[in-house]
Structures are given as structure tokens and as C-alpha cells.
Design a protein around this ligand. Sequence first.
Ligand SMILES: [Zn+2]
Length: 256
Amino acid sequence: MRLHFLVCFVLLAFCGCKSVNLFTIEDDKTFGANVAAQIESDTSGYIVLDSIKYTQVYQYIYSIRDELLNSGQVKYKQEFPWRIRVIQNDSMINAFCTPGGYIYVFTGILKFLDSGDQLAGVLGHEMGHADMRHSTRQMTQMFGVQLLLEVVAGKQEAIKEVSAVLIGLKFSRNHETEADNCSVQYLCPTLYNAAGGAGFFEKIQALGGIKPPEFLSTHPDPGNRIQAFNKKKEELSCKGNQTYKDEYQALLKLLP
Ligand SMILES: [Zn+2]
């Protein structure tokens, strides 16, 4: 691994290719597991909904995840754990995914959304970031390689530093567009409205001048994301049109 890494590093220095990912799939998984352990051990900062007490909540969200995973479009379906945890914080209208597929959804975004297709769209977007391996690429540019390697190696200080940033990590517009496209692709073979992710931005638009929630500041708006979602859905001839609003409203009643 180290030799492979060194060769890549030399190549990177030589050609200056910013998009080269220096991390292996195993690195992504270890990275994600270490960050997830850090987040979940910080019980004063993050209250994770108990998976036994809130079984129905998790069953619902996992059933959406499974539809996305079974789309045949998720590259690392088998390799990544795609584990989901809900964090109780109504003021955070946000969701994020670590490298290696540890997904976090705040109750704030669950309560902000109206329907199952919107949640599926948001989950698809986050899973897309992990599947396209955006985070490690983005963070290599931010932190340099050494610190990230320390995260993979399990060094606590590095894990703490990187975890704090990962939650609010800003992606480039290209990566946002890619993740939006992934969301439509994953949903396309299902009965869900494949442009469900657009519903989130429609709700933001409807809010007018209100300060954009966290999700938007960490996922910069390139301007036409609603149109882009719908265009991609049309391009791929996705037939599903279900919004699953009633089921979603039932889910909201189960939340603390
Ligand atoms: Zn994003």
C-alpha cells in the first residue's frame, strides 16, 4: 500500500492531476469507520437515535437505501457498509456521508422534507459523494496527504480534526453535480420520482429570503439544480413518479 501510495504521489507531483485519488477503497472504509466511531463517541455533541427504540424509523430509511443499492448503479454497493444513523438535532437541516459509506441524517432535514422521494433524493446524493469518492479527494486538497493517512492509521487527534470538518465539508460544483446525477441514476429504476432531490431545492426556493440552511452552505447551489435534476430524469427516461408522501408523514410522527 505504501509503495503504491508513493508512486501515486510522485505521479501527482509530476502531472499535477488534482482528481487523482491517493486512497484505496480499504482506506476509504477505514477512514469512514474511524470518523464514525469518533462522531458516535461524542455523545455531548451528537445524539444518535437508538436503533432499537426507533426501529421503525431505521426500517423506513433502510428500505429506501436498499432500493438505491439495488438499482445496479452503485459502484461500491458490496464494498461499503452503507450504514445509516439519524442524529437528533432539529436545527441542522443537513445530511452527510463519510468516505466508505457511513451516512448521517439529522432530524432537522427529515422534518424539513415532505415526502419519501425527497428523502430518497437526499440519500442518493450523499451516497453519490461516497460512491464517487469525493471526500478523500476534496480533503487531500484541503489537508494534504499526511493528516488523512493519520486518520486511516487511527490517530485520535487527526480523526478529531478531520471529523469536525467532514460534517461541514464543502464540495466543488462539479462534485455536487455528479452527486445530483448519481441521485437520479440510483432512483431511476425504482417507483420513486427520480428527481426527488429537486424537491429539497424547491422547498428552499419557496422559503424565499430566509437564510439558507446548512445543507445548502455545505452543498453550494450552482443555480439550476432543480432543472438539472429534472433534465437528468428525462434524459434517462425514468418512469417512476411516486412521492410516497403518506408513508413519509407517518415516519415524521415517529421522530422525537
Ligand atoms: Zn453534496
